[in-house]
Design a protein around this ligand. Structure first.
Ligand SMILES: Cc1cc2nc3c(=O)[nH]c(=O)nc-3n(C[C@H](O)[C@H](O)[C@H](O)COP(=O)(O)OP(=O)(O)OC[C@H]3O[C@@H](n4cnc5c(N)ncnc54)[C@H](O)[C@@H]3O)c2cc1C
Length: 408
């Protein structure tokens, strides 16, 4: 059975940097193979809630292997409708997540994080407000200086392995592999995501909405039991400038001075006071190698595929799961384990990164022509005669198919 795991203590100790989905999943898996993980997290507490996540087949397969799938729930409201909307208040049936082949599960980022966290044994040590400030390794282990930023204290400890699961702007990566600029590639988009307090006034809670304009878009993702989340994304020529003013100001500027209309206007209004607002640029991390000696990167720190792939969570779960498998298979030979891990995982990650580049235009069309084509497609999907054909084209176009195949 794939959720049966070794619990015998191997005597090995790993430092996991980052208590996001990839870090928690890594700690869960390391513990399953008998390692002792110690998790450090920069923030003073664990994050909750957040933006929408589509969990495709590859993510579900990894979650099942990790033993966390039963703790996850599909929150797709199947009885709702997704509308294409505009500023004038027009709306017509569009294509939402629930229309995709393969039926991805829709949930919040915090749902996956909570699901993974629930699977983490209570005795796994977690240190909050703690960051790595120095790493030095030899053939047998890694000495890491851990700094508690709340108490302004530091301690140096030795580990058999260090896992950098500390996200896009990874400290482990910069300490061991070099500066961000070497690996982080800007795609030229800014993204805002947040949860609404209530549904937008022209939509039922179970309804979604998409507003597409050249080089900018707004998506409203509904859930069956919670207010929707909103994602606004737009093309930008100057990523640095996006961080020089409050996000709401940048968003208003990006969507222009034309009257916003009800849906966009209400969403922009809510954004001003949204809790847990995420505002960031879309960047891919591209590295030739994800491990060096006894230090390995997992998740966004290693390969951030961006939201445009819709596969970051799945990739993080798959990477964490496989890491444990390889360390168990090659017990006593960390080099071999990490080499085999990367060899098996890399083709899928490369696919997801390519997918993100292709799908940018799906999320943010560049021209009115592309938007018109999307509306034609949505119209076809809603007609029984053409919907099957379009689904087949989507699958053959390999956009969905590769998301449903287990990453390894
Ligand atoms: C708007 C949006 C929509 C998305 N939609 C999808 C989707 O539909 N499907 C999907 O699969 N993926 C999606 N993604 C991508 C997905 O959310 C990410 O790929 C995934 O959450 C990354 O998890 P992670 O654990 O690798 O990194 P993170 O979530 O970034 O976690 C890193 C953790 O490390 C901590 N940390 C950072 N620095 C340090 C340090 N120096 N020391 C200690 N701790 C540190 C951080 O506080 C954080 O807790 C989306 C992303 C966005 C932004």
């Amino acid at each position: 059975m794939d959720t049966e795991h070794t619990t015998e203590n191997s005597g090995k100790r790993a430092l996991v940097v980052g208590l996001g989905i990839s870090g928690i999943a890594t700690a869960v898996r390391l513990r399953q193979i008998g390692w002792t993980p110690v998790v450090i997290e920069k923030a003073p507490t664990r994050r909750t809630g957040g933006y929408f996540i589509g969990l495709f087949g590859a993510g579900k397969a990894a979650a099942r292997r990790l033993g966390i799938l039963d703790g996850l729930r599909d929150r797709t409201p199947y009885e709702g409708v997704t509308f294409n909307v505009d500023r004038l208040g027009n709306r017509r049936r569009g294509l939402g997540f629930r229309d995709l082949p393969g039926k991805p599960w829709l949930m919040m980022r915090g749902d996956v994080e909570q699901g993974a966290f629930s699977a983490l044994p209570a005795d796994v040590e977690i240190r909050y407000s703690t960051v790595p400030t120095h790493l030095a390794q030899d053939a047998d282990g890694v000495d890491v200086t851990l700094t508690n930023t709340a108490e302004d204290t530091s301690v140096t400890e030795r580990f058999d392995l260090v896992v950098g699961a500390d996200g896009l702007r990874s400290t482990v990566r910069s300490l061991v592999f070099g500066p961000h600029e070497k690996y982080v590639h800007r795609l030229g988009y800014a993204v805002a995501a947040f949860q609404l307090r209530d549904s937008l006034s022209d939509l039922a809670q179970v309804d979604g909405a998409i507003l597409l304009e050249p080089n900018r878009s707004m998506w409203v993702f509904p859930f069956d039991d919670a207010p929707p989340t909103v994602m606004m994304t737009y093309r930008t020529e100057d990523v640095d400038a996006e961080f020089t003013e409050p996000p709401a100001q940048r968003l208003r500027a990006a969507f222009g001075s034309r009257p916003a209309g009800r849906a966009l206007g209400e969403a922009l209004q809510e954004l001003e006071s949204a809790e847990n607002l995420l505002f960031d640029s879309a960047e891919q991390v591209r590295m030739d190698c994800w491990h060096r000696g006894r230090v390995v990167l997992v998740g966004d720190s290693a390969w951030c595929v961006t939201l445009f792939a819709g596969m970051g969570v799945s990739a993080g779960l798959a990477g964490a799961d496989l890491l444990g498998t390889m360390l168990e298979r090659h017990a006593g030979d960390a080099k071999q384990a990490l080499t085999e891990w990367e060899r098996a995982l890399r083709p899928s990650i490369a696919e997801y990164q390519q997918l993100a580049l292709k799908q940018r235009r799906f999320f943010v069309p560049a021209t009115r022509f592309q938007i018109a084509m999307r509306h034609v497609m949505a119209h076809g999907m809603n007609k029984p005669v053409t919907s099957h054909l379009i689904r087949q084209l989507q699958v053959r176009g390999a956009r969905i198919k590769e998301k449903d195949i287990a990453a390894v």
